[in-house]
Design a protein around this ligand. Structure first.
Ligand code: DC
Length: 263
């Protein structure tokens, strides 16, 4: 059902009227969109919020990483050309299993896609119009199957511009680099502070400047600074925001009514 059945005619900037009409006739998606730059703690926060609220968790970064791994293998680590990426976008076989397991052509690549080489290579793939188009369509299809939490860079702006709830996680480059170092150490990877910091700034630059699906703050997103709050506090704030959201609250009530036999 549309959110509003009537459109208020407002005498002002025609662009604003268009925006209002668009908003009035568009259904909101039962999606929590979480966007933000690298190293901001998105995946940890997303996993925990999704588990607490019973939402399906979709990590779109893992999808770009899997396609990057496929491209690395096909192009033997050389930079991919756009025709090659078009071919990959049309043929890759990706399965996302519960618990975050990722299968590429049937092979378990859950750990392989977290390699530093993949992290470096993935930006080529994420810049490709063909890859983005294929992945965005798939993300929209998956996200609409059931109430979902979708994390990435362009979720609130491109993939689900009508998400019921949008969060933008931010943090200083210094703090994000420190978290990234911790992650790498946990994976037993040797790290050099300056290399990690430099790589983070480069990925920020690519993420913010890519021609399609760039990292941008949606005008209706709530910004949470993860430098000021620890991740548990961030999780608690997001859960409260989602629980207070009218669309999610209605859905919860309906789901509860149907499981308790409408009583
Ligand atoms: O979140 P991550 O670091 O796993 O993402 C891997 C890469 O994919 C990163 O370079 C940005 C890109 N990405 C993207 O362009 N759009 C998304 N929705 C998610 C990730």
């Amino acid at each position: 059902m549309p959110l509003f059945s009537t459109v208020t005619v407002w005498e002002g900037n025609p662009a604003h009227i268009l925006e209002m009409v668009n908003f009035a006739v568009t259904e909101r998606d039962l999606v929590v969109a979480i966007d933000g730059p690298v190293g901001v703690g998105k995946s940890t926060v997303a996993r925990e919020v999704a588990a607490r609220l019973g939402l399906h968790h979709l990590d779109t970064g893992a999808m770009y990483r899997a396609v990057a791994l496929e491209a690395m293998r096909r192009f033997r680590d050389n930079s991919p050309d756009e025709d090659g990426l078009r071919e990959i976008a049309a043929t890759f076989q990706l399965e996302l299993l519960p618990g975050g397991k990722v299968l590429l052509g049937g092979e378990d690549v859950t750990l392989a896609i977290r390699d530093e080489e993949v992290s470096r290579y993935v930006t080529h793939v994420a810049d490709s119009r063909f890859v983005r188009q294929a992945l965005v369509e798939e993300q929209q299809r998956i996200g609409r199957l059931r109430p979902s939490l979708v994390e990435g860079r362009d979720i609130g702006t491109v993939v689900f511009p009508h998400a019921a709830c949008k969060i933008y996680l931010d943090g200083t480059p210094f703090e994000r680099a420190r978290r990234r170092e911790d992650q790498l150490r946990q994976l037993n990877k040797t790290t050099d502070k300056r290399d990690v910091f430099r790589a983070l700034l480069e990925r920020d630059e690519r993420d913010r400047k890519r021609p399609w699906g760039a990292l941008r703050l949606a005008s209706d997103a709530v910004v949470l600074d993860t430098t000021r709050y620890d991740l548990q506090t961030v999780v608690a704030i997001i859960c409260s925001l989602v629980e207070a959201n009218e669309l999610f609250a209605n859905h919860q009530r309906e789901a509860h009514a149907s499981t308790s036999g409408g009583r």
